[in-house]
Design a protein around this ligand. Structure first.
Ligand SMILES: N[C@@H](CCC(=O)N[C@@H](CS)C(=O)NCC(=O)O)C(=O)O
Length: 210
């Protein structure tokens, strides 16, 4: 299988962290990673549009030649294909709570952060949009406050002591914020502690660039 991806971008990083975590815990996923350079616009090349008509990353090419084009579908597929020591957990409730927390982190933190970077300091050179930036600044405290509170019971990782897809998603969002020079967790000591600890993990050291 091949993962078409790009370093630092949030959704590709989420999947790269997931794969690196699985590999670090002993699974052999054997996925070749192929870089698509978004700064050069390669995601919109005819070759990539044949993989994903929306011109986005990540894309997983399956052994039968089909493509999965959504980060969470890719993770779900890999969870089922490589079930031993999987990340989502062993019973329906555990898996659903892990997916739920990942969705909260993605939709309320990582996606707004990505947009924030693009309206304040876009790596693609998009025009600044102060109104959109202000709206995101106003919405983030509720979501970050929720995560801060969650970590307040002393847990080391977002779901407790086992790494979960929510950790991969939060770190992918925070890395993109660092890349875009957006300081967002200064008022959240528990998130800062989680961030430092997560970035020291073997998987994070292998994947993160910022
Ligand atoms: N919902 C998709 C979003 C994919 C996405 O927006 N990827 C971004 C990088 S984080 C991308 O490829 N952007 C390039 C572009 O839109 O031109 C997923 O979860 O995989």
């Amino acid at each position: 299988m091949k993962l078409y991806t790009v370093p630092a971008a949030p959704n590709p990083t989420k999947v790269m962290l997931y794969i690196a975590e699985r590999e670090a815990s002993g699974s052999s996923l054997n996925i070749e990673q192929v870089r698509v350079n978004t700064l050069k616009g390669e995601q919109n090349s005819p070759e990539h549009l044949r993989r994903n008509r929306f011109g986005a990353l990540p894309v997983l090419e399956l052994d039968d030649g089909r493509y999965l084009t959504e980060s969470l579908s890719i993770i779900d597929f890999l969870e089922e294909k490589f079930p031993e020591n999987n990340m989502l957990g062993s019973n329906p409730a555990e898996r659903s709570f892990a997916r739920e927390l990942e969705r909260i982190v993605e939709l309320r933190v990582a996606t707004p952060l990505a947009r924030y970077v693009h309206v304040t300091n876009s790596p693609f050179g998009l025009p600044a949009d102060p109104k959109a930036a202000a709206e995101i600044e106003a919405s983030l405290p509720k979501a970050l406050g929720f995560i801060e509170e969650l970590l307040g019971d002393g847990r080391n990782l977002l779901m407790g002591e086992q790494v979960s897809i929510a950790d991969c998603t939060l770190q992918s969002g925070l890395q993109f914020a660092r890349f875009g020079k957006a300081e967002v967790i200064g008022d959240y000591p528990n998130i800062q502690a989680w961030d430092q600890a997560y970035r020291a993990r073997t998987a994070a050291l292998a994947v993160l660039k910022f």
